[in-house]
Design a protein around this ligand. Structure first.
Ligand SMILES: [Zn+2]
Length: 305
């Protein structure tokens, strides 16, 4: 069983570095070369890994703050980062289309831990034709807890002598996620049901919508790769008018111009920025997963309540 003294809290500086895509510096008695090297593919996943691994890990994140993981183009340095890794954490569910080639190029034998393993995938989503599974599973806190369990087990398998640390960190973080989940349910529950319908750029909030009871409608599909057709945009404008959808929200990883145009044509209000697929920079309002979810809920309730 983990003991109290094994529970290491992550410093804000380490979290900031992880979010920025850098290495978490060593501060404990472990020398840097002894600490496991972990890689996370994007900033939100990196924060979850950092919360479980704490200062025991050297953590690198490939797609950093405000980065679009759907269309990421790996850099030569990423091959070296993967090649040197002891364990690689990926989202899975088709999010990282560029990953297989990167892993092949790095010829790594490090275990690849799929953080979403065990999540019930949702398919489809509005505004897109392809029946892919939706990769944005972290947008439900219940799913983020599944990620944390997989991360904990992956770290223990990679670094068995750190088991107590990882179990202690994970237990503390899972408790914080339970609190977060309760906050979100209470906040969204206070919005009148008839107003729980909004537009975002791409279909990234399906799991959030299912978990907390808001309809998210988007002109783009599950990825930001494909632009919507003029016909799809016209259909969406009709839908906003017909169903009196009150608001459109810009996303931190998407070009805001399409939604600004749709808002101008329909008279829908433009809400603040929702953080869908990436954290904000460390000095922003969504520098951690928990802050990201809180910021999104604050923006939603401010406009819809
Ligand atoms: Zn996305």
């Amino acid at each position: 069983m983990p003991t109290r003294r094994h529970i290491v809290s992550l410093t804000a500086a380490a979290a900031a570095l992880a979010a920025a895509g850098g290495l978490v510096p060593g501060r404990g008695q472990n020398k840097a070369q002894d600490r496991p090297r972990a890689v996370a593919t994007f900033s939100i996943l990196g924060d979850l890994v950092a919360n479980v691994g704490g200062e025991r890990l050297q953590l690198a994140t490939l797609v950093g703050a405000n980065g679009d993981v759907h269309v990421y183009a790996p850099r030569p340095g990423d091959v070296r980062t993967i090649a040197a890794a002891d364990v690689v954490f990926v989202n899975g569910l088709g999010l990282e289309g560029w990953l297989d080639r990167l892993i092949a190029a790095a010829a790594t034998r490090a275990p690849i831990v799929v953080a979403s393993r065990g999540v019930k995938p949702r398919s489809g989503g509005s505004g897109q034709d392809r029946p892919n599974s939706d990769p944005h599973a972290w947008q439900s806190v219940a799913n983020a807890k599944i990620y944390v369990g997989n991360i904990r087990d992956g770290l223990i398998a990679t670094d068995p002598s750190g088991e107590d640390v990882y179990r202690g960190n994970a237990a503390a973080y899972l408790a914080a996620l339970d609190t977060l989940d309760g906050e979100i349910k209470a906040a969204i529950g206070s919005i009148p049901v008839a107003r729980r319908k909004i537009i975002t750029t791409h279909s990234s909030f399906g799991y959030f919508g299912d978990a907390y009871g808001i309809a998210f409608i988007a002109p783009e599909g599950l990825s930001t790769e494909a632009e919507p057709s003029p016909r799809a945009i016209a259909g969406l404008i009709d839908q906003i008018r017909r169903e009196k959808i009150p608001a459109v929200f810009i996303e931190n990883v998407a070009d805001p111009r399409l939604l600004q145009r749709i808002a101008a044509e329909t008279g829908a209000s433009i809400g603040g920025t929702l953080y869908s697929d990436a954290l904000s920079p460390p000095n922003g309002p969504a520098a951690t997963y928990i802050d990201l979810m809180r910021t999104n809920v604050r923006e939603l309730t401010a406009l819809l309540s």
